[in-house]
Design a protein around this ligand. Sequence first.
Ligand code: RB5
Length: 143
Amino acid sequence: MTHYCIASDHAGFRLKETLKSYLNSQGHQVQDLGTDSEESVDYPDYALKVVGHIKAEQDSVGILICGTGIGMSIAANRYPGVRAAVCNEGVRSAVLARQHNNANILCLGARLIDEKIALETLQAFIDTPFEGGRHQRRVDKLG
Ligand code: RB5
Protein backbone atom coordinates (compact mmCIF):
# COMPACT_ATOMS: atom_id res chain seq x y z
CA MET A 1 0.00 0.00 0.00
CA THR A 2 1.36 3.37 -0.97
CA HIS A 3 2.07 5.65 1.92
CA TYR A 4 1.30 9.34 1.57
CA CYS A 5 2.75 12.31 3.38
CA ILE A 6 1.60 15.89 3.06
CA ALA A 7 2.81 19.28 4.24
CA SER A 8 2.22 22.94 3.49
CA ASP A 9 3.12 26.40 4.60
CA HIS A 10 0.50 28.87 5.87
CA ALA A 11 -0.65 29.72 2.33
CA GLY A 12 -1.32 26.06 1.59
CA PHE A 13 -2.80 25.10 4.94
CA ARG A 14 -6.47 25.07 3.91
CA LEU A 15 -5.87 23.15 0.70
CA LYS A 16 -3.69 20.70 2.64
CA GLU A 17 -6.58 19.98 4.98
CA THR A 18 -8.90 19.44 2.02
CA LEU A 19 -6.51 17.08 0.23
CA LYS A 20 -5.80 15.18 3.44
CA SER A 21 -9.52 14.65 4.08
CA TYR A 22 -9.95 13.48 0.49
CA LEU A 23 -7.16 10.91 0.84
CA ASN A 24 -8.48 9.75 4.20
CA SER A 25 -11.98 9.34 2.77
CA GLN A 26 -10.49 6.99 0.20
CA GLY A 27 -8.91 4.88 2.91
CA HIS A 28 -5.34 6.05 2.31
CA GLN A 29 -2.90 6.43 5.16
CA VAL A 30 -1.64 10.01 5.19
CA GLN A 31 1.04 11.43 7.42
CA ASP A 32 0.44 15.15 7.99
CA LEU A 33 3.76 16.89 8.62
CA GLY A 34 2.25 20.37 9.19
CA THR A 35 1.84 23.23 9.22
CA ASP A 36 -1.12 23.30 11.57
CA SER A 37 -2.56 26.77 11.03
CA GLU A 38 -2.46 29.84 8.80
CA GLU A 39 0.22 31.42 10.96
CA SER A 40 3.20 32.39 8.83
CA VAL A 41 5.94 29.77 8.45
CA ASP A 42 8.78 29.12 5.97
CA TYR A 43 8.08 26.67 3.15
CA PRO A 44 11.64 25.17 2.98
CA ASP A 45 11.18 23.75 6.48
CA TYR A 46 8.08 21.83 5.40
CA ALA A 47 9.56 20.71 2.09
CA LEU A 48 12.43 19.18 4.05
CA LYS A 49 10.03 17.26 6.31
CA VAL A 50 8.40 15.60 3.30
CA VAL A 51 11.77 14.90 1.70
CA GLY A 52 12.88 13.15 4.88
CA HIS A 53 9.77 11.04 4.82
CA ILE A 54 10.15 10.12 1.15
CA LYS A 55 13.73 9.04 1.79
CA ALA A 56 12.75 6.88 4.76
CA GLU A 57 9.69 5.22 3.19
CA GLN A 58 10.43 3.56 -0.14
CA ASP A 59 7.75 4.22 -2.78
CA SER A 60 5.95 6.79 -0.66
CA VAL A 61 4.30 9.77 -2.34
CA GLY A 62 4.65 13.34 -1.08
CA ILE A 63 2.33 16.29 -1.48
CA LEU A 64 3.58 19.84 -0.86
CA ILE A 65 1.46 22.96 -1.00
CA CYS A 66 2.44 26.60 -0.74
CA GLY A 67 1.01 29.74 -2.35
CA THR A 68 2.31 28.85 -5.81
CA GLY A 69 3.82 25.37 -5.42
CA ILE A 70 7.02 26.87 -6.80
CA GLY A 71 8.86 27.50 -3.55
CA MET A 72 8.08 24.00 -2.35
CA SER A 73 9.32 22.44 -5.59
CA ILE A 74 12.54 24.46 -5.58
CA ALA A 75 13.20 23.46 -1.98
CA ALA A 76 12.37 19.77 -2.43
CA ASN A 77 14.30 19.35 -5.69
CA ARG A 78 17.55 20.35 -3.99
CA TYR A 79 17.74 16.80 -2.61
CA PRO A 80 18.94 13.73 -4.59
CA GLY A 81 16.23 11.24 -5.42
CA VAL A 82 13.50 13.84 -5.18
CA ARG A 83 11.42 14.56 -8.26
CA ALA A 84 8.94 17.23 -7.25
CA ALA A 85 6.57 18.48 -9.94
CA VAL A 86 4.43 21.62 -9.89
CA CYS A 87 1.12 20.65 -11.47
CA ASN A 88 -1.05 23.75 -11.20
CA GLU A 89 -2.17 23.28 -14.80
CA GLY A 90 -4.09 20.21 -13.62
CA VAL A 91 -4.55 16.59 -14.60
CA ARG A 92 -2.43 16.59 -17.74
CA SER A 93 0.64 17.84 -15.90
CA ALA A 94 0.12 15.28 -13.14
CA VAL A 95 -0.25 12.41 -15.61
CA LEU A 96 2.92 13.37 -17.49
CA ALA A 97 4.87 14.03 -14.30
CA ARG A 98 4.15 10.44 -13.29
CA GLN A 99 4.44 8.76 -16.72
CA HIS A 100 7.63 10.46 -17.87
CA ASN A 101 9.36 11.83 -14.77
CA ASN A 102 8.35 9.32 -12.10
CA ALA A 103 7.62 12.33 -9.90
CA ASN A 104 7.46 11.39 -6.24
CA ILE A 105 6.22 14.72 -4.89
CA LEU A 106 3.20 16.63 -6.17
CA CYS A 107 3.47 20.39 -5.61
CA LEU A 108 0.40 22.59 -5.79
CA GLY A 109 -0.14 26.32 -5.44
CA ALA A 110 -3.13 27.04 -3.25
CA ARG A 111 -3.32 30.63 -4.52
CA LEU A 112 -3.34 29.53 -8.15
CA ILE A 113 -5.35 26.33 -8.42
CA ASP A 114 -9.07 25.77 -8.03
CA GLU A 115 -9.93 23.26 -5.28
CA LYS A 116 -11.83 20.91 -7.60
CA ILE A 117 -8.93 20.86 -10.07
CA ALA A 118 -6.52 20.28 -7.19
CA LEU A 119 -8.46 17.17 -6.16
CA GLU A 120 -8.61 15.87 -9.74
CA THR A 121 -4.90 16.54 -10.12
CA LEU A 122 -4.10 14.65 -6.93
CA GLN A 123 -6.21 11.71 -8.09
CA ALA A 124 -4.44 11.65 -11.45
CA PHE A 125 -1.05 11.75 -9.73
CA ILE A 126 -2.05 8.77 -7.58
CA ASP A 127 -3.56 6.74 -10.42
CA THR A 128 -0.84 7.14 -13.03
CA PRO A 129 2.10 4.72 -13.11
CA PHE A 130 5.60 5.51 -14.35
CA GLU A 131 6.06 4.33 -17.94
CA GLY A 132 9.70 3.31 -17.52
CA GLY A 133 11.48 2.40 -20.77
CA ARG A 134 13.32 5.38 -22.27
CA HIS A 135 12.10 7.52 -19.37
CA GLN A 136 13.94 5.31 -16.87
CA ARG A 137 17.25 6.14 -18.54
CA ARG A 138 16.49 9.84 -18.27
CA VAL A 139 15.32 9.64 -14.69
CA ASP A 140 18.49 7.71 -13.81
CA LYS A 141 20.52 10.66 -15.08
CA LEU A 142 18.84 12.94 -12.55
CA GLY A 143 20.50 11.18 -9.64
C1 RB5 B 1 4.08 32.77 1.14
O1 RB5 B 1 3.58 34.06 1.16
C2 RB5 B 1 4.49 32.39 -0.28
O2 RB5 B 1 5.60 33.11 -0.66
C3 RB5 B 1 4.73 30.91 -0.36
O3 RB5 B 1 3.57 30.23 0.02
C4 RB5 B 1 5.07 30.33 -1.71
O4 RB5 B 1 4.13 30.70 -2.67
C5 RB5 B 1 6.44 30.47 -2.17
O5 RB5 B 1 6.81 29.94 -3.22
